[in-house]
Design a protein around this ligand. Structure first.
Ligand code: PMP
Length: 369
């Protein structure tokens, strides 16, 4: 009936809008993505209501768990592969090799599948079968190698490098020191946060694994805001970066460990090296605060995120308190809790890690495994 009035699309729109207001939302939907690679990035920036009310600030988490591979590392994976193509190291039918125990491997496996490359992943042999199976079903060739430190030539990173060197038309993507990783966040994550907050972002904080996210977002936000956006590192126990920053550049031995995965660093990676001077400061966040925030975000916001996301939100909240009411603080929700549910939501695991008492009694109902 509505279409009979051809020539009057305006009347059509009005009729539909008033009768079915949800159609207005459809008009605002994102553009179509060109394949999996086109669907990486452009994630929502989620206002965390409870923490925002509590601090009088706006605290936002960038929903990186909504990337196709489920984490912030999809962005880096795409840029690492694009850089290898641009430099001519990787041509049609080639092989991407990386040493990774986590999200980067999953991101690379997705991107390689979508672009028709082979993907070879080296990882320590103490990783969960869930992760290994996922990589294999995405088509990656997985090599499990003994757990040895970085300075041992048999460490998974060095084995990945040697594997790539032994093949023609192949690349070792080297996420830690390849600055295409940082560029992904300088060109996408940073600008998205700036646009989504309409340039009103007083502070940003996140933890680092390779450092790509922190360095890239910091570089962009500092430039866009004329240095006004404060950028802070959030460090888990066992990482050397917080003490490195606090002591004006003294490298100390790693001390302590953390339940967080994918974050914490024992050295200054190439991705971080140039941006450390831009940072306004750093926090170290205890596992007790992190695990409590995993449960709080689930209970209060319905967000099912991993420990690094929770650590980031604790840091964003501390930053908001430090800056005072009325400010806007952004951070990264790096991935979902799916890959860690058998730990984060397991009673016996919490007991083993002496973290049971960190969960407020009312929220213990979520540790059901
Ligand atoms: N959180 C998780 C769950 C990760 O896997 C990683 C990457 N290892 C990070 C945070 C840190 O990201 P980046 O490597 O950009 O520092």
């Amino acid at each position: 009936r509505l279409w009979r009035g051809v020539g009057s699309t305006r009347r059509f729109a009005t009729a539909v809008d008033s009768a079915h207001p949800y159609h207005i939302k459809v008009a605002k939907a994102q553009e179509c993505a060109n394949g999996l690679c086109g669907a990486i990035g452009n994630t929502p920036l989620i206002l965390l209501g409870g923490l925002s009310r509590e601090t009088g600030c706006k605290i936002y988490g960038k929903a990186e768990f909504m990337n196709p591979g489920g984490s912030v590392k999809d962005r880096a994976a795409l840029y690492l592969v694009k850089e290898a193509e641009r430099s001519g190291q990787l041509r049609s039918g080639g092989t991407v090799v990386e040493g990774t125990a986590g999200n980067t491997g999953i991101g690379l496996a997705h991107v390689c599948r979508a672009k028709g490359y082979k993907c070879v992943i080296y990882m320590p042999n103490n990783q969960s079968t869930g992760k290994i199976n996922l990589l294999r079903l995405l088509g990656a060739e997985v090599h499990l190698v003994p757990v040895v430190p970085f300075d041992n030539p048999e460490n998974y990173n060095h084995q990945a490098k040697r594997h790539a060197e032994s093949l023609k038309n192949s690349v070792w993507t080297n996420q830690f020191d390849n600055i295409a990783n940082r560029l992904a966040h300088m060109e996408t994550t940073g600008p998205e946060i700036w646009a989504q907050t309409r340039g009103k972002v007083d502070a940003f904080t996140c933890a680092t694994g390779t450092g790509g996210t922190l360095a890239g977002v910091t570089r962009y936000l500092k430039e866009a805001s004329d240095g006004k956006t404060e950028c802070w590192l959030a460090d888990p126990p066992g990482s050397i970066l917080h003490s490195y920053i606090q002591s004006n550049g003294k490298l100390q031995e790693r001390e302590g460990t953390s339940i967080t995965e994918g974050i914490g660093q024992g050295r200054i990676t190439e991705n971080l090296a140039r941006e450390l001077d831009l940072l306004n400061g750093s926090f170290t966040i205890s596992d007790i605060k992190t695990i409590a925030m995993v449960y709080r975000l689930l209970d209060e916001e319905g967000l099912y995120v991993g420990a690094s996301s929770a650590l980031n939100v604790v840091a964003a909240t501390e930053l908001a308190r430090q800056l005072g009411p009325g400010k806007t603080v952004a951070t990264i929700l790096c991935d979902g809790a799916h890959r860690y549910s058998d730990r984060l939501f397991s009673k016996s695991w919490l007991r083993e890690k002496k973290l049971e008492s960190a969960i407020p009694t009312a929220l213990r109902k979520y540790s059901i495994l």
